[in-house]
Design a binder for this molecule. Structure first.
Ligand code: EPZ
Length: 423
């Protein structure tokens, strides 16, 4: 298998305009939700990234027919074939767990091996199984196979999740729309991608209310129909590109920005002293000459707190702040690993424990060969390389390609000295 890597020469302030792609974490559940109906569904603004291609390979295997061109997916699943999904398909994609709901609803039975995903920590599925059990599904687990059955059908219920889980909320939303009886989800996630899923399900005929809060009401309906829906922009890509613009002290306008999904990022930019301008659905990061200010505590949490998926890219910025910032990653115990790579580049970091670290700045970063250990850590390495003096080579960029559409092409358009190589 060929190895791809990025070579970046840092120090160039990014300049210009760029549009972000559709959200990976919205497109994945939306595609799974289209399996609920045998009618045609059209999804626009779908990012053409590795995770989407992997999911499309799985749904094709299950009998979906689709075309996917120019970020538009036209898909129809007349019936879902009753055959086990190959282990290697599921292993490569955490979001494959979102297939449990539509297959169970359509076929009354589903079997799936435990999902894969980034090595950022334990990825529990208890919240998923808890929700399905409450809806009356029978669950059996043998080796690493999960089997759910629902005879004759799922029953609406009051579901209090053991903790807020994005994909568990999405699975139970998909499963409960046509259950017999209404459902109330409590301690539900309501990240922008969960909200986008609810909007599309409602356009398919579902009756979901309260999805801008942890208390979501699902009124039972008989059947769902086809839909045309445009995937919400990727607020995580906005945050990543904004951090890249800020760390290079450039001037970049990011279009198709869902401004209202990033209140906490604008607050942290203000705290750090990054100048920016919001107008309509774009943000412009402005150039500056002053030293950035440290962030007392960059604490991640469930929406609307600071997104865990932006923690790594944003922390690179903190290496340039004058003073000590504290990073508190509350969600994943393995999501600070990239700090060791940052240290190699010259950052001054004190790891307090698996979830907390102090970033002492400002420090000059210097380019050198580094590896990306997960999707968002890989993006953070790109941000660091853009800031570093000299050339950085980033390997394992397959992680980055899982979640960012043409990140290197977008950065090159903004003037970055970045090349993709294949050996
Ligand atoms: C989704 O994963 C996302 N993936 C992840 O994005 C994201 O990091 C995560 O939500 C959190 O926002 C997709 O949407 C496909 P969880 P999921 O069940 O559903 C702990 C990326 O980079 N937790 O919401 O698997 C919990 O125990 C990927 O795009 C708390 O600690 O995640 C679990 O370990 C990576 N406290 C972790 O967070 C809480 O209050 C994630 O939980 C709630 C959860």
């Amino acid at each position: 298998m060929s190895i791809q890597y990025l070579r970046i020469k840092g120090g160039t302030p990014l300049q210009g305009e760029i549009s972000v792609s559709g959200s990976k974490n919205a497109a994945l559940p939306l595609i799974c939700a289209t399996l609920l109906t045998d009618q045609e569904c059209i999804l626009k603004n779908v990012p053409d990234i590795a995770d989407i291609q992997t999911l499309l390979k799985i749904v094709k295997f299950l009998g979906s027919e689709f075309t996917f061109e120019n970020n538009t997916l036209t898909i129809r699943t007349e019936k879902i074939l009753k055959k086990p999904i190959p282990h290697e398909y599921v292993k490569g994609l955490r979001a494959s767990i979102l297939l449990l709901a539509p297959i169970l609803v359509r076929n009354g039975r589903v079997q799936l091996s435990y999902p894969g995903g980034c090595p950022i920590g334990k990825r529990p599925i208890e919240s998923h199984l808890h929700g399905f059990k409450k809806l009356g599904a029978h669950i059996s687990q043998k080796n690493d196979l999960i089997t759910l059955t629902s005879d004759p059908s799922l029953i609406g219920a009051e579901i209090v999740f053991p903790e807020a889980s994005v994909t568990a909320t999405e699975n139970i939303l998909i499963a409960s729309c046509t259950a017999k009886g209404n459902s109330n989800l409590k301690i539900a996630s309501f990240e922008p991608h969960v909200q986008d899923l609810c909007k599309m399900l409602n356009k398919m005929g579902a009756k979901i209310r309260g999805f801008q809060s942890p208390f979501i009401h699902v009124q039972s309906v008989k059947k769902l129909h086809g839909v045309t829906h445009s995937v919400t922009s990727d607020y995580l890509e906005v945050g990543t590109l904004a951090a890249a613009a800020a760390v290079t002290r450039g001037e970049v306008r990011i279009k198709k920005t869902p401004v209202d999904q990033l209140d906490i990022l604008w607050q942290k930019f203000e705290e750090a002293g990054v100048p920016f301008k919001l107008d309509g659905n774009s943000v412009t990061i402005l150039p500056y000459r002053h030293k950035l200010k440290p962030i007392t505590k960059l604490k991640t949490g469930v929406f609307p707190a600071f997104p865990t998926d932006l923690q790594a890219p944003f922390t690179v910025l903190l290496t340039q702040a004058k003073g000590v910032s504290k990073v508190f990653e509350t969600m994943f115990e393995g999501r600070l690993g990239y700090l060791f790579e940052l240290e190699k580049m010259g950052a001054k970091i004190e790891i307090l424990n698996a979830n907390q670290a102090l970033i002492i700045g400002p420090t000059k970063l210097r380019g050198l060969p580094i590896a990306s250990c997960d999707l968002r850590a890989g993006a953070a390495m790109v941000v660091a390389a853009l800031c570093a003096k000299g050339v950085t080579e980033i390997s394992n960029i397959n992680y980055i390609d899982r979640g960012y559409e043409n990140l290197d092409v977008k950065l090159k358009k903004l003037g970055a000295d970045i090349e993709r190589f294949q050996v």
